[in-house]
Design a protein around this ligand. Structure first.
Ligand SMILES: N[C@@H](CCC(=O)N[C@@H](CS)C(=O)NCC(=O)O)C(=O)O
Length: 283
């Protein structure tokens, strides 16, 4: 086996970014927590919130995640994944082929724009209120600068915005229709990166963003259960329980798969309903 670096006692030091509930908040840090566990390492977690990251890391980083493996500092969520796969190639790969990294970036960017950003604007006041007391002032100032409004103004009216955010996740629901994980039969970094976004939301969502019966639920729960329930921190809030109100869009599509991308062509019997539909004379 002979590793050049072997994590001492199979342990990696993990710099956490958490709320007063004790739950990790950052999507980057969540994805990395899953990633380190996927590689089979135990974590020595260095706890803490947003302020004092420079002090905690001895001036090594202003941002988290960061890990230390047998004295070696590794920064950045992607940097850590690349390091772990390069250093421990005989453990399960996070990115089994470089295309997974590219497609994962695509998915993460889409998810961030579609859900994580909009959810951040729905939960920013909860986010501040749940942060460690010593972080309140910094979170208020920095996030109000980021968002361009007070946290109270930004969060107000979220009940009118949450249904459309849920509806917009349909592409992810469709992608997961025929597979237990984005990685296939077993999860890989695509799952963890996407889950980072949902875990972030679960850390701050004092009101749920998704319906009880959302088709994403089995995948989300399956991922939360990985590695002895890595996503089951008691400080997290339920993601499921959003109720559709009169006038809201459907929270997820109730349409059965039909045609084009969604139906596999197994011969004319599989395509004839679509053929009939598209050949109907216009009414
Ligand atoms: N490119 C970095 C981004 C990390 C990052 O922005 N982390 C945020 C948490 S979401 C952070 O450390 N924020 C500290 C702060 O807001 O002061 C990565 O992928 O690790």
């Amino acid at each position: 086996m002979g590793h050049r670096h072997m994590a001492k006692n199979n342990r990696i030091t993990f710099y956490d970014l958490a709320l007063s509930t004790g739950a990790t908040i950052s999507p980057f840090v969540w994805a990395t927590k899953f990633a380190v566990a996927h590689k089979g390492f135990e974590m020595d977690v260095v706890p803490g919130g947003f302020t004092g990251i420079m002090e905690r890391t001895g001036g090594m980083s202003e941002r988290l995640p960061a890990i230390v493996d047998d004295g070696k500092w590794v920064l950045d969520s992607w940097g850590i994944v690349e390091y772990l796969d390069a250093t421990y190639p005989d453990r399960p790969m996070l990115v089994p082929h470089e295309s997974v990294a590219t497609l994962t970036r695509f998915l993460d960017t889409w998810l961030w724009n579609t859900a994580t950003g909009p959810w951040m604007r729905c939960y920013c006041q909860d986010y501040r209120d749940l942060s460690l007391p010593q972080d309140h002032e910094y979170i208020t100032r920095s996030r109000e600068n980021m968002l361009g409004k007070t946290l109270e103004e930004m969060q107000a009216g979220r009940e009118d915005r949450l249904p459309a955010i849920s509806a917009a996740l349909e592409f992810l629901r469709k992608s997961l229709r025929e597979t237990p994980f984005l990685g296939g039969k077993t999860p890989n970094y695509a799952d963890y990166r996407a889950m980072g976004n949902f875990m972030f939301t679960a850390s701050v969502a004092k009101t749920p963003p998704l319906a009880e019966d959302d088709p994403l639920r089995p995948w989300i729960e399956r991922c939360m259960d990985l590695f002895g329930g890595i996503g089951r921190h008691p400080g997290l809030f339920p993601l499921f329980g959003l109720k559709r109100r009169e006038g809201d869009p459907e929270l997820f599509s109730k349409m059965p798969p039909w045609g084009g991308q969604e139906v596999r062509n197994t011969g004319p019997a599989s395509t004839s309903p679509e053929t009939q539909r598209i050949n109907q004379p216009k009414k």
